[in-house]
Every structure is written in structure tokens, then in C-alpha cells.
Design a protein around this ligand. Structure first.
Ligand code: IMP
Length: 207
């Protein structure tokens, strides 16, 4: 594989790494995990892009970039419930840690509106510039916890584009067909195709 297309993904979430590898591998992009020590503090903001932008700035200044690293990538994602005007959204990690998915499920007991979505923003630093890509996946909240795959809220989420299974009941490659993360990564990948061909880029031939 071309060394120039190795991307450092700054996250300690193994699930996110595995998904990014799965989506980008077919395009010859290698994803490596990088966990700064101490880990990067996330700012609290109502905007996923703002969180990703801050994370990216900190990640770039924390990483020692070798010539074999093509880019540095961060991601911020959240689980948005329509009934609660998007909550937990940017607070998803905290709610997951405190209430857990069983608590979220309990909070929806008897509530008719079970529409939800995952949203994700990927920030990538390439050749001194920062680029952001977004992806969203709409679905509904299952009436019980189902499946053992994936991570986070996956056992609760039934994507509209799927066949009725939760993300946690799908294989990784199935989730990667329509997940919020896959969509953001696909947007990055098509940007990359154009960017590599642009006259100002010196990565067109993998040099
Ligand atoms: P963060 O992007 O790591 O801050 O994620 C916020 C919260 O959303 C964490 O609790 C994650 O576990 C959860 N989350 C992010 N992406 C996914 C996903 O693809 N599936 C399930 N939960 C997710």
C-alpha cells in the first residue's frame, strides 16, 4: 500500500477505527490509530463541527507527523433523538456513560416518537489545511436492546435504510454501507479524488 495514504485517526475508540479502516481500505487508504497521552480534552459545544475543529487543532499540535503520514483525522459524533429536540446529541458520550443505553430506552417508554439519527463530523488535516466532512443516518429507536456488534448506541438504533435490524445486529461491513461515519468518510474520499488531481496538489502520483 502507498505510504503516502496512511491517515492517523486520533481516537481511542476501537469501533471507530475498525469502521474507518473498513470504509477506506478499498480506496487504498490505510488508517492507523493514534492516542495522544494525555488524551485530548473535548470542548463542550452545541456544534459537532466546532468540537471536531478544536479536536483537530489539538491533535495536529500533539502529533509528530512523519513523512509517511498523509493526514491527521479526528471525529465527533452524536446520537440525536427527535422527541427531545436532538438530545443527547453533543452530550451523547456523557449520557451513555451515566444513563447507559438501558436508561435511554427507559426514557422513551410509552413515547410514540422514536425517530432518531446519528450524525458525525470528520476533520482532516492535510498539507497544512483542515477539511470537514459530515454524515448522517436516520432511523428509529428499537423497543429493546438488540445485538452485540458495534459500540455505543448501536444496539438501540434501527437505520431506515436497513432491513429492520439494529446496527449492533449487523456485520461491520453492513453498518458501513449506510452509517453516518461511512457517509462522512465517503465524502472525504470523493473530495480526495478531486484534490489529488488538482494542479496545486503534489500528491497526485503518491509522491
Ligand atoms: P464521540 O464522537 O466519541 O464523542 O461519541 C459520542 C457518543 O456517541 C459516544 O457515547 C459514542 O459511543 C456514541 N457514538 C458515536 N458514534 C457511534 C456509532 O457509530 N454507533 C453507536 N454509538 C456511537
Amino acid at each position: 500500500m502507498d505510504e503516502a495514504t496512511t491517515i492517523l485517526f486520533v481516537t481511542s475508540n476501537q469501533g471507530k477505527i475498525t469502521e474507518a479502516k473498513e470504509v477506506l481500505r478499498p480506496y487504498g487508504i490505510n488508517v492507523e490509530s493514534y492516542v495522544p497521552n494525555p488524551e485530548i480534552d473535548e470542548i463542550q459545544s452545541a456544534d459537532l463541527v466546532e468540537v471536531a475543529a478544536d479536536k483537530l487543532m489539538k491533535a495536529v499540535s500533539n502529533s509528530t507527523l512523519s513523512s509517511s503520514i498523509f493526514g491527521v483525522m479526528v471525529e465527533d459524533a452524536g446520537f440525536f433523538l427527535d422527541e427531545y429536540e436532538g438530545f443527547p446529541g453533543v452530550y451523547s458520550a456523557y449520557v451513555h456513560k451515566t444513563l447507559g443505553i438501558s436508561g435511554v430506552l427507559r426514557s422513551l417508554k410509552g413515547i410514540e416518537n422514536r425517530n432518531a439519527s446519528f450524525r458525525c463530523v470528520i476533520g482532516i488535516h492535510i498539507e497544512g489545511e483542515n477539511f470537514f466532512f459530515e454524515g448522517a443516518c436516520k432511523g428509529i429507536v428499537s423497543d429493546k436492546i438488540r445485538g452485540v456488534n458495534g459500540f455505543g448506541y448501536d444496539p438501540l438504533f434501527i437505520p431506515n435504510e436497513g432491513d429492520g435490524r439494529t446496527f449492533a445486529e449487523m456485520k461491520l461491513e453492513e453498518k458501513a454501507i449506510f452509517s453516518h461515519r461511512a457517509k462522512a468518510l465517503e465524502a472525504f474520499r470523493s473530495f480526495l479524488d478531486e484534490w489529488k488531481q488538482s494542479p496545486t496538489s503534489n500528491h497526485g502520483n503518491g509522491s
